[in-house]
Design a protein around this ligand. Structure first.
Ligand SMILES: [Zn+2]
Length: 464
């Protein structure tokens, strides 16, 4: 039952296509370091490929028909693309789903303070992070500040070579005797993940402001550069992420090291497959890229929201065949690849894996019949009939794939979004790309797996 290593099957043409895709993937990672930036880039690419906003079409009163390519966006953080097929929508869709939010540090609403001539921004981490991994790294700030008049200021600091970077300090080894006795979970506490942003005091301040001259200087810079005041932090969404571009990794350049590959590796490859579907499909193709997975798929832009269901209802209405029953049938009759990353087998931590049922770098897209922990708790557990159908599609299209669980039984586990889509009664299976050091500031994937995922998604849209 050992699965083949995809690298060994590549001819020159495959290699060229694989490298081209991985270059485009790295570009996407560089442009999309937050869910908002991802949506902006996705819409840009979709429009270039002939997609049009569903809302615009509806407001013009255009009828939606086979061959149409439309997209819907919710709160700039969740997006669904549809390529309308010739078959009735109530017969179901082929859906590629992934998430575009990643673990990071969010700036608090009242973040700015000064302590002993150093200025900081206070954070609250987002998603599952090992806090000790986030110190002493060059960091960047991305996000928006929305002013009271509704104007939105886009912020991106730390990515250009000439930009300054931000930073979180750690205690020097010489004084860390006590710190090193602590448990890893407590070495750096959540409340200590404060971003160092300044050390230069502003001169000639009135007496009442002299005590926080460094903070005043930071505020002056923010005001000059972005026209924002301290109170504007109240309505800001600012995310601290590792600074720098996605890189090739390994002397053989076989891997990608980058921030946010969970789950933008599945999001990007799903998008690329979707945008390349040129001919009108029989079954409507859909690519759904969601937010908030890392914090439980909550909120208006998470998978638990009605965003997707509402978009399908609008689509049916635009086709002139809306009914409550048609929406339910469209969802129930659909098939989905719910794609999220898998924990790649790591020989350095072999005790966490069961080797027969682990995901390996280079062996292609991973299918997880079930995830979860403690007796499959919370997992989707795809139907065997559906797993059979999916593996036939992959085999027929020469896609390298493997099956895995997330680590050893009762070792831990993790949630995905498959179980939420499954509530509609549709066929869903967890799938995705194996990642080393998942949820760390720099995650590692195999270029071959990125390519095989893309091939798998193309095949799925064609045949599911
Ligand atoms: Zn994920």
């Amino acid at each position: 039952m050992e699965r083949r290593n995809a690298w060994l099957s590549y001819k020159e043409a495959d290699e060229n296509e694989m490298e081209k895709l991985n270059r485009a993937y790295r570009e996407f990672l560089n442009k999309g370091k937050t869910e908002r930036e991802c949506v902006t880039e996705i819409v840009k690419q979709a429009e270039a490929a002939g997609y049009e906003a569903l809302e615009a079409k509806i407001s013009r009163g255009d009828k939606i028909q086979a061959g149409d390519k439309v997209y819907a966006v919710g709160m700039k953080k969740i997006v669904a693309l549809f390529h309308v097929g010739t078959e009735e929508l109530s017969k179901g869709m082929s859906i590629l789903c992934a998430h575009i939010d990643s673990p990071r540090l969010d700036i608090k609403q009242n973040p700015l303070y000064e302590d002993t001539d150093l200025a900081y921004l206070d954070t609250h981490y987002y998603g599952g992070v090992k806090k000790y991994q986030w110190v002493t790294l060059p960091l960047a700030m991305h996000g928006v500040v929305v002013k009271k008049d509704g104007s939105v200021v886009d912020i991106s600091i730390g990515e250009d070579e000439d930009d300054p970077v931000l930073y979180i300090t750690d205690l020097l080894i010489h004084l860390a005797g006590k710190q090193l006795q602590k448990k890893a979970a407590e070495v750096i506490e959540g409340e200590s993940l404060d971003i160092l942003i300044g050390s230069r005091p502003l001169a000639d301040l009135p007496d009442d402001k002299k005590k926080e001259a460094v903070k005043q200087n930071v505020l002056k810079i923010l005001n000059e550069k972005y026209g924002i005041e301290e109170e504007d932090f109240l309505s800001a969404e600012l995310e601290i992420v590792p600074a720098g571009k996605a890189r090739e990794c390994g002397l053989d350049r076989s891997m990608i090291a980058a921030y946010g590959q969970d789950d933008r590796v599945c999001a990007y490859t799903s998008l690329a497959a979707m945008l390349e579907m040129n001919e009108t499909p029989k079954r409507t193709g859909c690519c759904l890229l969601v937010d908030k997975e890392e914090i439980g798929s909550v909120g208006a832009t998470g998978m638990q929201s009605r965003f997707f269901e509402n978009s399908v209802a609008e689509l049916l209405d635009g086709m002139g065949c809306y009914s409550e029953l048609a929406v339910r049938r469209a969802l129930r009759n659909s098939s989905m690849l719910s794609s999220d990353v898998s924990a790649g087998y790591d020989p350095a931590y072999s005790e966490a894996f069961e080797k027969k049922n682990a995901a390996y770098l280079g062996r292609g897209i991973v299918l997880n019949k079930f995830t979860g922990a403690r007796g499959k708790s919370g997992s989707n557990d795809a139907n065997a009939e559906y797993v059979a159908r999916v593996r036939k599609i992959f085999d027929d299209h020469d896609v390298a794939f493997q099956t895995a669980e997330l680590g050893k039984v009762d070792f831990g586990g993790g949630g995905t979004i498959a179980y939420i889509a499954a509530l509609y009664g549709m066929e869903v299976i967890d799938s995705g790309v194996a990642v080393l050091s998942m949820h760390s500031p720099w995650e590692v994937t195999s270029k071959a797996d990125v390519y095989e995922a893309y091939k798998a998604y193309k095949a799925f849209l064609l045949e599911a």
